[in-house]
Design a protein around this ligand. Structure first.
Ligand code: ZN
Length: 208
């Protein structure tokens, strides 16, 4: 998913844009023995650097052209702080440190997508656009970390949205497959017209 500020990057890969078949294919499971190899560790490092450089709050390996089930996520306090306090609270956007998940699986905890978890989101692979997407508010994600150790995360609100968005990438799904189509907007337009308005009001304006 896309973020809100630029950071310094080292080894940064080009982010594949929508239309590329790698974004529309199911990525492959990573054999556990591959995780400690220098090549795989370098991939993780490149993914983290690329996410920070973009800047973004999550990146899936297919987004840099690698068809493996790997995601990285982080939502830094300095990015979150740039949002108005009301928006942070409404979106339940709580900062969290860098997470690497290999072969993640997700369990939905809150049974359905809820009005409360319906917000604009964007994607680094659909550059320059945003749309309203309903997401599950609460999920549990398990997988292996960068050392091959089992990990489990319980996520609520914005972090849960990021997990759902990134795991979708591993199955060839983009947010544009799930969006309220009438809300699809350029990031510029949404910034100019929708800043400070509630989602209910925006949906009313756009008829969605
Ligand atoms: Zn994305």
């Amino acid at each position: 998913m896309s973020g809100v500020a630029r950071s310094e990057g080292g080894s940064v890969a080009e982010i594949v844009q929508t239309g590329a078949p790698v974004l529309r294919s199911r990525a492959e499971e990573v054999p556990a023995e591959k995780i400690p190899t220098p090549e795989f560790q370098a991939l993780i490092q490149t993914m983290v650097e690329t996410m920070r450089d973009a800047p973004g709050v999550g990146l899936a390996a297919p987004q840099i052209g690698i068809p493996w089930r790997v995601i990285v996520l982080e939502d830094r306090a300095d990015l979150v702080k740039k949002l108005p306090a009301g928006e942070q609270k409404e979106r339940e956007r709580t900062p969290f440190s860098t997470r690497v998940l290999v072969n993640p699986t997700m369990r939905i905890i809150s049974g359905e997508t809820e009005e409360k978890a319906t917000f604009f989101e964007g994607c680094l692979s659909v550059k320059g656009f945003v749309a309203i997407v309903a997401r599950y508010r609460e999920v549990e994600v398990t997988g292996l970390d960068e050392h091959g150790e089992p990990q489990s995360f319980h996520a609520v609100g914005w972090p849960a949205r990021i997990f759902q968005h990134e795991i979708d990438h591993l199955d060839g799904t983009l947010y544009i497959d799930r969006m309220l189509t009438r809300s699809f907007a350029t990031a510029e337009q949404s910034q100019a017209l929708f800043a400070g308005r509630s989602i209910a009001e925006i949906r009313d304006l756009l008829g969605c």
